[in-house]
Design a protein around this ligand. Sequence first.
Ligand SMILES: Cc1cc2nc3c(=O)[nH]c(=O)nc-3n(C[C@H](O)[C@H](O)[C@H](O)COP(=O)(O)O)c2cc1C
Length: 198
Amino acid sequence: MKNVKILGVSGSPRKNGNTDVLLDSFLRGAESEGADTKKIHLKEYSIESCIGCEACRKDGTCTRFHDGMELLYPEIEECKGIILGSPVYNYNVTAEMKTFIDRLYPFYVFTEQRPGPYSSKLEDQGRKALIFTVCEQVKAEEMGFALEALGMPLEALGYEIFDKFEATGYFSKGEVLKDESILKKAFEAGKNLAISLR
Ligand SMILES: Cc1cc2nc3c(=O)[nH]c(=O)nc-3n(C[C@H](O)[C@H](O)[C@H](O)COP(=O)(O)O)c2cc1C
């Protein structure tokens, strides 16, 4: 039997920051249940913003840019599980994460009728996602729309949101490392994701 594959995507521009540390815990949990994992740090990929040229509608993939997304599209297709994590920047996800999400547009299949119904090349395949956000402020409302900004597009693409996670009150780089309880929670969540994908 093939191992479950899970892709972890960090939207933080700060390497080894809180998002990275938490993502590592989610992935370690998934690995403890035999999942094959891969971690992507979006800042290390050169990814252009979608310009809405709609070429992907005709061509089936992005033919406008030849950039880091060419490496990521096959990984996304191959991995039944995805973990998206972003720090909160101004009540939302980071620019890196938003750019990545917009560039998932080629996975949509649109009808001729405009505006009209759409489907996704990723739907009905049992794909599941785990989403998490990290912020400095302690109150969850300071997260703004960040969690929805991760979850809604993934649902539209056909993922079931298996778990959501908000880590509040972490500011300095890697500060979350000191909080064993949240790291354990993340480990367990990753583990459960892997089990559910089997
Ligand atoms: C440009 C910018 C905007 C931010 N906006 C918010 C915010 O709206 N709410 C909040 O609680 N924290 C905000 N923060 C703090 C980060 O979310 C926090 O430091 C987080 O731990 C960073 O995660 P990282 O270490 O993974 O990069 C902001 C930080 C930066 C640099």
